[in-house]
Design a protein around this ligand. Structure first.
Ligand code: HMG
Length: 388
């Protein structure tokens, strides 16, 4: 059977962050609650000039040459921060990137699980059509509201993945284990811009789902923890992934426990400095593992995807020999290092300055925008996207 998986990965987050120790102090909390208890050091601040379409375009542009663009036959855009209830973000994206018009372009929604749905559907499609190249996106803005318990778990950004046969980064295994249940742990009715969440309950559901799909995966494959070099978790905040790993660590030998814990530290490094990007979070964690970990080719990685509401999946893949050629390390490192720290007051202003929900014409202040793709405003109820 054709080997299919992730060929290339790009990641974009805007050029601003708020420091979590400073935010803790402003909220009257002990900084260690945010830094250690939650496990976040910096949180991406999303200006009104970036939405999920522009962030996705900025992430995709990192991995797509003009020749590759011409070959893309499908765009699957996972997001729960859509900008239109009818028209798919994938259509805007395909146009911005200049993709061929004989492309299927659709949006997928199931909270933080959307990108995983895209990845698995793309992989199945390529198994049947081995010449196909599918662009899969996970892009979101995580918003809970100022001074809420969820504020410390906000963030935003986009991950772009190219799914092909004979991939450079990861060959996906065909067996995976998934689970869906109607659960009210986190949701966002169409009239709200901030999510509603039963926070503590959501963390318990996450852990229960992980146990269920991990057990199901082992039963289907006869694999055990000994078969894995590392795990990547959906990471709404880094402590959540850490709790997930702790749940299964006792199944490993002491030596492997040390190795898996070291790999986990690599997988949380970038998420700790960006925050939650909902459906892209698992894939940012995977990228972080690739960038900061010491993984050998041919090692097997386990992935736990979780989307509130709720749907979970455990799947796996095998790292390919030249996996480091599948992303542009220098670009990722510079992007994170060059961000500007904003004060809590400035973050609050930016938070309040998002595009209004009343359909009025707006011209955004784009002077500070350095990203290739950005949102310039809204005219006649249409978002005005620009490329520089
Ligand atoms: P909270 O009530 O602010 O925090 O809410 P807490 O009191 O539970 O404290 C958090 C941790 O800090 C605890 O550690 C404390 O002990 C520790 P734990 O017991 O959990 O290990 N702590 C300290 N540590 C060191 N020094 C100190 C200190 N003080 C306390 N001084 C909560 C936390 C996560 C619930 C909240 O932020 C929230 O509601 N977040 C949003 C929901 C969320 O992220 N849920 C995750 C699972 S659901 C999911 O992943 C899906 C999602 O991504 C959405 C989607 O699918 O679309 C969210």
């Amino acid at each position: 059977m054709t080997v299919v998986g992730i060929d290339k990965m790009g990641f974009y987050t805007p050029g601003m962050y708020v420091d979590m120790a400073e935010l803790a102090t402003a909220r009257g909390e002990d900084p260690n609650k945010y830094l250690i208890g939650i496990g976040q050091s910096k949180q991406a601040v999303i200006p009104p000039t970036q939405d999920v379409v522009t962030m996705a375009a900025n992430a995709a542009e990192q991995i797509l040459t003009p020749a590759l663009k011409a070959e893309i036959g499908m765009v699957l855009f996972g997001t729960e921060s859509g900008i239109d209830n009818s028209k798919a973000t994938a259509v805007y994206l395909a146009h911005l990137l200049g993709l061929p018009q004989n492309t299927r372009a659709i949006e997928l929604k199931q909270a933080c699980y959307g990108a995983t749905a895209g990845l698995q559907l793309a992989a199945d499609y390529v198994r049947v059509h081995p010449q196909a190249k599918v662009l899969v996106i996970g892009a979101d803005i995580a918003r809970y509201g100022l001074r809420t318990a969820g504020e410390v778990t906000q963030g935003g950004g986009a991950v772009a993945m190219l799914v092909t046969a004979d991939p450079t980064i990861l060959a996906l295994d065909t067996i995976s284990s998934y689970h869906t249940e109607d659960v009210m742990d986190f949701w966002r009715p169409t009239y709200r811009t901030e999510a509603l969440v039963d926070g503590k309950y959501s963390t318990n559901v996450y852990l229960d789902f992980f146990k269920t799909v991990w057990t199901g995966y082992q039963q289907q494959t006869q694999r055990t923890i000994a078969d894995f070099a590392a795990f990547a978790f959906h990471m709404p905040f880094t402590k959540m992934g850490r709790k997930g790993l702790r749940q299964i660590l006792p199944e490993a030998t002491p030596e492997q426990q040390t190795q898996l814990t070291t790999a986990f530290e690599a997988s949380q490094a970038d998420n700790r400095n960006v925050g939650n990007l909902y459906t892209g979070s698992l894939y940012l964690s995977f990228l972080s593992l690739l960038r900061h970990g010491q993984l050998a080719a041919n090692s097997r990685i386990g992935f736990f995807s979780y989307g509130s509401g709720a749907e979970g999946e455990f799947f796996s893949g095998v790292l390919q020999p030249n996996f480091r050629d599948g992303f542009v390390e220098e670009q990722l490192a510079q992007q994170l290092a060059n961000r500007r720290r904003v004060s809590v007051a400035e973050y609050e202003q930016i938070y309040a300055a998002q595009l209004s929900n009343d359909g009025r014409d707006v011209q955004l202040a784009v002077g500070e925008e350095t990203a290739t793709y950005y949102l310039a405003g809204r005219q006649h109820e249409q978002r005005q996207y620009r490329k520089q």
